[in-house]
Design a protein around this ligand. Sequence first.
Ligand SMILES: Nc1nc2c(ncn2[C@@H]2O[C@H](COP(=O)(O)OP(=O)(O)O)[C@@H](O)[C@H]2O)c(=O)[nH]1
Ligand SMILES: [Mg+2]
Length: 646
Amino acid sequence: MRNLEFKEKMHEYSLWRANLSRAIEMYQQWLSRYGMNDSHSTNTILNVLAGLETDRITLAFVAEFSRGKTELINALFFAESGIRLLPSSPGRTTMSPTEFFYDEAGGSYIRLLDIESRLEDVSLAELKRQSHRWKQFDLDCNSPTQMQETFKELIATKEVDRELADKLGLWNEREAAAQGIINPEKVEIPCWRHALISFPHPLLKEGLSIIDTPGLNALGAEPELTLSMLPSAQAVVFVLAADTGVTKSDLEIWLTHISRARTGKTQGLAVVMNKIDAMWDDLAGSNDYENSITSQIKASAAILKINENTIFPVSAKQALLAKVKNDDALLERSRLAPLENYLANNILMQKRSILMESIVRDIGFLINESANLTNTALSHAVDQLEEFKKVDFHNQDMTGKLMAETRDKQNLYMANIENFQSSRRVFIVQAKMLIDSFSDERVDAVINSNRREIVNSLTTYGMKQNIRKLFDDLRDLLQNAIGVANETRRLVKAIHKKFKDDYGFKEVEPQLFSIVQYQIELEEIFEEGEAFRSSAKITMTEQHIVVNKLYHTLIEKARAILKQAHIDSTMWAHGALTPLMHQIKDHKKQIEGRLQMLRKINSAKGTLAENIATLEAEITPLKQRRDELAIIIKAMQLDAYSSKNN
Ligand SMILES: Nc1nc2c(ncn2[C@@H]2O[C@H](COP(=O)(O)OP(=O)(O)O)[C@@H](O)[C@H]2O)c(=O)[nH]1
Ligand SMILES: [Mg+2]
């Protein structure tokens, strides 16, 4: 039986995501239908929808070259093309990191970035935004052979002066000498630094994206890969080869680019022992085969310091062949299924719960509030109905008294409004101070003053001292913001308490703004940067250009964290008092409704039964509003969450 687990699970995942988007859109329509929307909720919902729209599942394959990463990707995802779609052969392995995805607007293409761009002080993320910097080759997706031909461009090489190769970090005197090349004038280097490949494969269309990284050389030269791209992948697949075991450079990759960079990350990891077929020996038979696989796994697990049963033994070569030839027995022998199942079940399920958590964090509060307001409005209307049922509306005194009471309530409401507005004025001043703590001007001032010193450092040691200083300054910036944030928290709490104590508002637990998460993130990237810098590869070659790139990456990451703090605090400040405002508006609606009702009944002078019918008619639309919301919440499948919080 062909194993379709991953494909099915991926499809299920993307259906689930589409349903969720639809339910959130319904919620937005519901809010506007009942006049309950405001700019804060609209922005929040649009952000969540945009996030769902661009959501991707990224799997990164990391290993030393020639471990069979590309073959494994072919076997896992592209076997039904019937051919070996991505080039994988001895010696001529891909030398640039390659990303596979589907870009609906751009169609099918390969975009390649010149290797010389490594010399520029521009991040890959920035270069990705400049499409004119990439050389494009179109792909004909109806022709796997045309695609296969075009993919060969990925492994193109050219001869350049040794000096340039050296600058690019692609000249290694010792390695060359080992191959008998001494003091050459020209050196062969890969043409491309990075490849982006878009084509409408069903899995890619459903939001899967794959990063295929070449060996240690490229990882060591591109800090952005280790520090930015790999951490944002849902899972890293680390590939070893059974015939080589864990070599020195495998271990270096493992330590520098995977295990150390993973501290505190919840991201998935799969360690694959590929090429088990190479352990087969016709003379020794299957018992021996099992034993050699087991002992290789044991040895590797011990070196990597991981549990033996977390290593997946596979033969990518057999798996690809088996899938192309529909050979079930061979597929069984390739042992691909357990790895596929792991990716399908653990990784996809984990991704789903992470996405759900972030959605609940972003709009759970809004939904709860909507439910509360709706329930309050309904129960208020029901109470009013009960109250009015007992009233003799033909008695002038009684109705007059009711009218007067309601007018008193209206006055109280006016006082509320005034109070709220003055509280809000105070809040806005305080919140602005908080938001300004992370303003571009402040952050840029800190970064730019340090950046000059970092760039001008003559030695990597000097650079290191200066980057430390930059992080110290950024820590100070956050530390100062904590004082302001605490002040803001106190104010928000006080405002809420006042409305609860003085005006009998329902208790609302206000959302508060916290800085701790940004502090943690800043420390993490500092630590990762230190680990990368002190890795053997960098210290050995003392590569100024790589260290420079590393610091560039660190600075951009630090800037991104503070920018996020700025965005989050702005969003928070916009929304912090809206629940109170909603309650006030709600009171207003209730009072107006009551007055209107009293007038109606008074002027109609109908029978008691007629009056009650009028009152009951008021309740029907409220029930409808509540029931619609219940349906929407159910469709979001946030039930577990909302029952916990109600
Ligand atoms: N025996 C054997 N060879 C394999 C297997 N997977 C890949 N190879 C070979 O290993 C070499 C490198 O494979 P490739 O996928 O290009 O490795 P990459 O550099 O990690 O992407 C190629 O010659 C492949 O044919 C496998 O499962 N068994
Ligand atoms: Mg490869």
